[in-house]
Design a protein around this ligand. Sequence first.
Ligand SMILES: [Fe+2]
Length: 299
Amino acid sequence: MKFFRDLGSLVEGRWRDVNYDERAFPEIAAQALAETNPKDPWDIIRWLHTTPHLPSQQDVDGRFGNPPITLYCSPRFHIDVYFWLDGTTSIHQHAFSGAFQVLLGSSVHSQYSFEHQQHINSHFSVGQVCLNSAELLAEGDIRTIFPGRQFIHSLFHLDRPSATVTIRTYQNPDALPQYDFLKPCVALDSYFRDESTIKKIQSVVLLLAMEHPEADSFIGDLVSSSDFQTTISWATRKGPQQARPTCGLASHSLGGDSKAAKHNTSKGVYEDQRAPILPCAAIECAAQNEPARACEEAV
Ligand SMILES: [Fe+2]
């Protein structure tokens, strides 16, 4: 699509002039978006339906966006548009840098900080997730994306659909891992993938969705034998396959939310699956390596 080829060439030239310094990329991307008129998102769909040559798609399965479409690809960055039917993203940081612009609709944009308190492992920390600001983003508004802890945010899309265009690097290695944050106090590596944890989470969803008569016993045994990270993963369904969309991150729902939400065993954990609030008692006892009895009480 010529508009985005020109936009990509503009960014490429300016970034090359500063030797591809990642620190300069957010401002370069934001400035390029500001200098070009926002594209009609429905022209993008028309183009998608007719072009014989799509750029290499960065998210073929449509795990982030409804759908995500890559509009321009170069060796060091790409330009995507994301249509949104889902209302909200997780609270997350990024392992890349860039800028985004609202093309369609409006969004509540919230920014957070994370006050690190305890390192559990390389994929999981405990601290305080603090809301710093909230603003309304309207069509045409642009925001920079900085990697790591300096930019932790979430978006709640007010219109259906909403659409945003993003100019972003592939990955800033020094900004890994990319964390999701769960209020009030957990940071989870959103790319961490452990087959055992995934299957345990899926099994808990099964037990709760069907209201298995021995669900309490099954889950109690699971908690008794689990580490802190695994316990939090299943308690919030915030495992690698259950995370809500973050930038460039897979998201799948396993379903069964309504019944799970009503299950007495996990009441308080499941009552708002879209914005999980962790039971503090569970966090405290697990952090103290007392996952068995204390956490059973907490859930
Ligand atoms: Fe983001």
